[in-house]
Ligand binder design. Structure first.
Ligand code: FAD
Length: 247
């Protein structure tokens, strides 16, 4: 069947990992490479999988979701990119992390695999979903037409994204305290010409932003609902928020 989404359930497992390497990719993006024997049976089948990071906090740990940006099974190394912001348990932990620190992670519990049989892709995101977008681009087939639009604070936050796909990459600049406002992204989208054929649109970022971009595709561009996946990866003013926006 064309465009059939496949879901893979993984064994729920909690792992303790240690920080092997910390690298600052840009002023507000830190890459942390984790290692540990417990990664031997780790699996992440989809670019928008997430693991839960557990931050000790008395009886019940605080949990935050992060994308497995890369996984090297042979070396048992898991890479996560952290977008830094003003404050929060995850951003504070990442900003202070050094080699040897440990953290518990859970998941991924599920991978949702979007098939490769679309004619084209559009990926829309912000700093928090840039790791998933970067991973998607790395994994795309040679020559696949893809447009990625990513909102960041300025040119210092732009990354070199490796891909074999036919990539049209647009960086949209806006201050982080306006990450919930979709206007700059909607203006950038206006210059993206509709393509022929079936396209998959993936949207993730601040919740209000992601919801507005999804509405733009459905209401203004008439894009079919089933060919859109939209997620609120965080919500301005709401710690630890994660919203599914496909209803
Ligand atoms: C499926 C999924 C995958 C994700 N993958 C990644 C990833 O790979 N890398 C990544 O950096 N983030 C990722 N996120 C987003 C990340 O989980 C949130 O940003 C999370 O809230 C950060 O936790 P915190 O403890 O730093 O801040 P919180 O305690 O959650 O929030 C504190 C305050 O900071 C604000 N805030 C939270 N996140 C941001 C942000 N990104 N920018 C600006 N302000 C923010 C909140 O609105 C709140 O007011 C992902 C989220 C989901 C749902």
């Amino acid at each position: 069947m064309r465009h059939e989404i496949i879901r893979i359930r993984h064994e729920a497992k909690r792992r303790t990992l240690s920080v092997q390497q910390v690298e600052r990719l840009s002023p507000a993006m830190i890459r942390i490479v984790f290692g540990g024997k417990e990664l031997a049976d780790f699996a992440s089948a989809a670019f928008d999988d997430h693991v839960k990071l557990f931050f000790p906090n008395g009886e019940e740990a605080i949990k935050r979701d992060y994308t497995p940006r890369a996984f090297d099974r042979k070396a048992e190394r898991l890479t996560i990119d952290f977008a830094l912001h003003e404050a929060g348990p995850a951003t504070d932990w990442a900003a202070a992390a050094t080699a040897g620190d440990t953290i518990d992670i859970g998941g991924p519990r599920m991978s949702t695999i979007v098939p490769e049989d679309y004619d084209w892709w559009i990926l829309v995101g912000d700093e928090a979903s840039l790791p998933a977008i970067a991973r998607r681009l790395e994994e795309m087939p040679h020559g696949a037409p893809v447009t990625a639009l990513v909102a960041v604070c300025g040119s210092e936050e732009e990354q070199c994204l490796a891909t074999d796909a036919a990539l049209d990459l647009v960086w949209v600049h806006r201050p982080l305290d306006r990450a919930n406002e979709p206007d700059a992204m909607i203006a950038a989208l206006a210059s993206i010409e509709p393509r022929d054929g079936d396209g998959f649109v993936w949207i993730a970022g601040e919740s209000t932003f992601a919801r507005a971009i999804r509405a733009e595709f459905i209401e203004r561009r008439g894009h079919p609902h089933p060919w859109i996946k939209a997620r609120g990866y965080w919500k301005k003013g709401a710690p630890g928020a994660h919203e599914k926006l496909d209803d």
